[in-house]
Design a protein around this ligand. Sequence first.
Ligand code: HPA
Length: 275
Amino acid sequence: MLEKCGYKEYAESAEYIKRLIGSTPDIAIILGSGLDRIVRKMTEKVVIPYRDIPNFPVSTVSYQKGELVFGMLAGKKILAMNGRFHYYEGWEMWQTAYPVAVMKLLGIGKMIITNAAGGIGDNVDPGDLVLITDHIKFMADSPLRGANLDEFGVRFPDMQSVYDREMMNTAEVIAKEYGISVTRGVYAYMAGPQYETPAEIRALKTMGADVVGMSTVAEVIVAAHCGIKVLCISCVSNKAAGITGNPLTEEEVLETAASIAAGFETLVTEAVKRI
Ligand code: HPA
């Protein structure tokens, strides 16, 4: 296991990014699978490949996107993560959330975290957008495991108000105005990379999960630790395992994510304007 790095490494990453972007972003956005089109709507862009940032985790998989995109969206300064780090790729949990702590050092206080997820709940169907109210993470270690970095937050952070109610209410108002269907739900983290078994999905449903995915929660925990407010939006790309009996494929996940792109982009763009 690769030991968690210290505050100095985070600070070096942040210094490098600060020099290139010159000012404090208003909001950070982490883009999930198939949800990266919003980057095209940004203007005055500065693109920073992860590989250029000191101490950033760098993927050796060449097809994977990995860049920070700084620019304007809806009159706000946005720092978007185009490409994120997943535990199933082999990263340690703390590495998957490394950029979030760097964003804190850039002065960012609000973050929109997005993902593609499987729908578990009876009322959660492919194409739906779900505002995440809470999560279940019983798998893999905590991104905060290891020496606590007191510069970021306390050893034992409270997890009861992690998903910001005000931003969620704003997102619901926007969805109503634009006729975008959104619900609220609980996200269950699974380590992957295999999709779940039908028995696992039945277990998650019994535990109170509405959607399931392989990302997001480590980032949310680090955001909670360092005091970044989070709005989390899941795009439901498929019914979870065992519900329809159809095989789950990455193609389906990406296709459905692309098909909800318009509503998703409207919701995120308006949210950026109003939060
Ligand atoms: N399970 C886990 N992760 C996912 C799924 C799923 O059904 N769909 C999209 N990401």
